[in-house]
Design a protein around this ligand. Structure first.
Ligand SMILES: [Zn+2]
Length: 357
């Protein structure tokens, strides 16, 4: 992230949700997985009892109504015998939940969606949870006043999630200690783009709506997952070693960002020389309209900028691909490492390019 002021939020009260196991299928006597990971800064974020391997998100969004319809298929491994488990989800309506193909009971309390599978889940079992949901996603306001979650824009929307905003647009284990691979498919009215992390696996148009399927093969923390919907000029080039570069630029920002984006492959090369091989299978940037967000964010593969960035800001967000995105803090208390290394990278860049030592 890059901004002028970032206050440390006050720790919230830990809310424990007490549940009792009921079903005992096949000799498994599970207990609830636990609500909140007791993170020192965000105690309620994340959940215990499982580890997510993969999110398959199928989203449909109409900017005119701001309505989102989603299906999340979450593949996870039980880390203990489970009678119930929690997912983070803020707002939206849950229409149904299933686990391993059977309907599951569920209830909501605050940001927690508690799921009780038909059968208890044995430790080590890999299970698949399907959540169907809909509604107008929320914009969340952080204790420092900045906005995250789902940000409607003039012609679409931005999904941004540092620190706890991904739960505004998909259910999951919203804590950086649980990274997973992602397939994010977004369907929007024909003529609009939907840009996300990873690489574009397919694109198809039917009945006046276009579906964009983005595949993220490298593990990703939920807070750096993104979706950018709107009119974008998409450009594909190559970086060092043939690394695919994909930039998506708001039409009004093409001219202002041309010079800085032309530097992107060279910045990645310089950061490889400084830090080691680039950690992901593609790179790029999303340049939204000024004011679309109050900050730039190091969303994986493709950082988001509200308007054409300064070179130093691009250096900063790309350095986060190593520090924060690839090497991710297990606790939010260590996020200073993300920001420390990304800021240090800016200073090294300046020193190597005619600035102060
Ligand atoms: Zn940063």
């Amino acid at each position: 992230m890059s901004r002028s002021v970032r206050a440390v939020p006050a720790a919230a009260t830990v809310l424990a949700l007490v549940l009792t196991g009921t079903a005992c299928e096949g000799g498994v006597h599970g207990t609830p997985g636990g609500s909140g990971l007791r993170d020192p800064y965000f105690p309620r974020a994340g959940n215990g009892g499982y580890d997510v391997d993969h999110y398959a998100l199928t989203l449909d969004y109409t900017p005119a109504t701001r309505r989102l319809t989603g299906t999340a298929v979450i593949t996870a491994r039980a880390t203990k015998d489970l009678s119930a488990f929690d997912l983070d989800l803020s707002g939206l309506r849950v229409d149904s939940v299933g686990v391993d193909g059977r309907d599951a009971r569920f209830n909501r309390a605050g940001q927690k969606l508690t799921v009780r599978p038909h059968d208890d889940l044995r430790e080590g079992h890999t299970f698949r949870t399907t959540v169907r949901y809909s509604g107008v996603p929320r914009t969340l306001t952080d204790p420092d006043g900045s906005e995250e979650g789902w940000l409607p824009t003039a012609d679409g929307a931005l999904g941004l999630g540092e620190p706890v905003g991904s739960m505004a647009w998909f259910p999951g284990n919203d804590h950086p200690s649980d990274k997973a691979t992602y397939d994010i498919t977004v369907t929007v009215p024909q003529g609009l783009q939907a840009v996300s992390n990873g690489e574009l696996a397919s694109q198809s148009t039917h009945g006046g709506r276009t579906a964009y399927h983005w595949h993220t093969a490298e593990p990703m923390a939920g807070y750096v997952a993104t979706v950018a919907i709107g009119h974008f000029v998409v450009t594909r080039t190559e970086g060092p070693g043939g690394l695919p570069v994909l930039t998506a630029v708001d039409p009004g920002q093409v001219r202002a960002s041309a010079a800085v984006l032309a530097q992107l492959p060279g910045i990645v090369k310089w950061e490889e020389d400084t830090f080691g091989p680039y950690p992901f299978s593609s790179v790029g940037a999303i340049i939204a309209r000024p004011g679309a967000a109050g900050y730039a964010l190091e969303t994986q593969n493709r950082p988001v900028f509200p308007g054409a960035p300064e070179t130093g800001t691009l250096v900063h967000e790309l350095a986060h691909q190593w520090y924060g995105d690839s090497v991710t803090p297990k606790s939010w208390r260590d996020m200073w490492l993300n920001e420390g290394f990304a800021t240090y990278a800016q200073w090294l860049w300046q020193e190597d390019h005619g600035g102060d030592s």
